[in-house]
Design a protein around this ligand. Sequence first.
Ligand SMILES: C=C(O[C@H]1C=CC=C(C(=O)O)[C@@H]1O)C(=O)O
Ligand SMILES: [Mg+2]
Length: 463
Amino acid sequence: MLHTKAPHIEELIGEALQKAHHIGEPLFISIVERIDAQDPFQFFEAGSAVDTHRSFWQSADNDFTMVGVGKGSQLYAKSEQRFQEVQSLWNELQENAIIHDDYNKKGTGMVALGGFSFDPLEAETTPWESFPDSQLTIPAYLLTNVDEESYLTINAVIFPEDHPQQIANQILSQRELLFEAEMKAVQLPEIKKTVEISPEDWKVSVRKATEDIKAGMIEKVVLARELRLSFHEDTHITSILRTLAETQSNSYVFAFESNGDHFIGATPERLAKVDERKLVSTCLAGTTPRGKSEEEDMLLGQELLADPKNRQEHQFVVEMIREAVEACSSQIEIPEAPILYPLKNLQHLYTPVKAILDQGYTLLDVIEKLHPTPALGGMPQKKSVSYIREHETLNRGWYAGPVGWFDIRNNGEFAVAIRSALIQQDEASLFAGCGVVEDSDPEAEYEETAVKLQPMRSVLGGF
Ligand SMILES: C=C(O[C@H]1C=CC=C(C(=O)O)[C@@H]1O)C(=O)O
Ligand SMILES: [Mg+2]
């Protein structure tokens, strides 16, 4: 039930239309209202009656959630300069925008949500046909839960030839649908078939990578593998999303729906966040399972902190992020040694990076410098990405790519889309990778990826 009244939509659209007429060009309009507290999962569910294009984003500390429905506008770019191209499209869109916003809260109003594939030079498109190289959506309807309040943004492009009444009616009827849905009971899928894609070949590729590292070809490379599940029925995405959010603490929970396909995950790995020019990035690499008892857990954690192979894996990430952050910011703070970052099934080595972003740089500039970090690609950056293109048999698509959001206040946050799955009706592909260094043992790396597959596997009907 909706207890707030939409602001004078028709009036605002009428004004925008007059202006569009005057300049002879389409105009972007964004209207923000504060609404009664809304459950984001219910809103996501209700969104399916409005559009098959939805987005979900919840920050790792759970205090910030956004749900996008439909397309107010979209930003696409397909080239090695995709981050800069998306930035230019975003700047252009803002030039002809009218914004009605009395609140000025982060993540409300004109906000772009979406992601980028791991490697823009990957030629293969299957099974990622619905997820272009970069796709950022300014949702037609955006729910933002921030500072314990809920906000609804309506975004639309108004063309000079549009009819204001018609547009207002459509918005008002869709807006009503968004607050109507009854939440179904959580229903997780039942697995019909589980296929691990060539685990033995994958271990051989890890062994080969260690040899190539010893031969000096590269220093580190992250190799990923795939697990394919099929289900007895089509999956219910809201149930999967809600269960993921409930079970995976310390993680960003995300979902992107595009043409009915879903890319969904719970990733612990922040790439970069900018909040009023305060920049935060994260080095997360080096892994061990959680213990079954508190004692075993501590022991495993201490071993991880002291393990040279994992420390090396981690250190590559710290060095690279330091260099990238130094190129665009000042007052950089990086602790000398990592600490433990505990998740439900595993623990990582973690080093936070803080800085103040220099004037003139945007979040996308930072993402461009960082992606991929050696936690997802390797070291050196370009060589390891080519190595992956050549030796990894799966098509990563958006797996390990940057996913997130930004607004017109230059705030935003991107995480790296790991611990994730591409869900296509009654099928899913799950992905997990691991950092291979000189001393990697293929069997141990295989086990590490098995634990990393666990969070998605368990919400998809597995153990
Ligand atoms: C590439 C993945 O994890 C990365 C992030 C944290 C720890 C990692 C590791 O210890 O190997 C990986 O670099 C993945 O989960 O698919
Ligand atoms: Mg590792």
